[in-house]
Design a protein around this ligand. Structure first.
Ligand SMILES: [Zn+2]
Length: 83
């Protein structure tokens, strides 16, 4: 990390801010934030089972890997009304 130039660390700052929203996909090069519906269409899977995917930024064309993380929680309650 000691070789970071100022412009790269600016990019990292911008990226980290965008990544605070964990659901965001952000280009590591230009900071383009993916649109939820259109841009993520090919990246969202049901269980996230497809692993990291190669992706090209729609804005600058930079290629990077996207790994989707899926977590599900369940709440179980008694049906009720049957006593
Ligand atoms: Zn980009």
């Amino acid at each position: 990390m000691s070789r970071l130039t100022e412009s790269v660390s600016d990019n990292v700052d911008r990226m980290m801010k965008a990544l605070e929203k964990a659901e965001a996909i952000v280009c590591p090069k230009c900071g383009y934030v993916y649109d939820d519906c259109e841009d993520k269409m090919n990246l969202v899977t049901f269980w996230g089972e497809d692993g990291p995917k190669e992706e090209g930024c729609p804005s600058c064309g930079h290629e990077f890997m996207v790994e989707e993380h899926v977590s599900r929680t369940y709440t179980v309650t008694e049906k009720g009304g049957e006593s």
